[in-house]
Write a protein that binds this ligand. Structure first.
Ligand SMILES: [Zn+2]
Length: 92
């Protein structure tokens, strides 16, 4: 199975951004407005990460050290390797 590169795509008129496993050269359109999405950037890391969570917006957070996206269930940032600390979960 080929893992596709994930991209951040933005709807120009609304500024809404989505993470999509996009194929190069293919045009993706906004579900509501139908306008072509512009590529904002690739989503790192490219290598498989130990997280089980998919790279969906609701599963991601920004690393406080390097400001890159990482899955919420990871303790260590896959980009810079530093500990991101606990999520804002209810204390047990
Ligand atoms: Zn980091």
């Amino acid at each position: 199975m080929i893992r596709r590169q994930r991209y951040r795509l933005r709807t120009p008129s609304t500024g809404r951004e989505v993470l999509v496993e996009a194929e190069p050269g293919k045009i993706y359109r906004d579900r509501d407005t139908g306008e072509p999405l512009e590529v904002v950037g690739k989503v790192l890391p490219l290598a498989p990460s130990p997280s089980k969570l998919p790279w969906a917006v609701e599963n991601l957070r920004f690393c406080p050290h390097c400001d890159q996206l990482a899955q919420k269930d990871l303790n260590d940032c896959p980009n810079c390797g530093r500990r991101m600390g606990p999520l804002s979960e209810p204390a047990r």
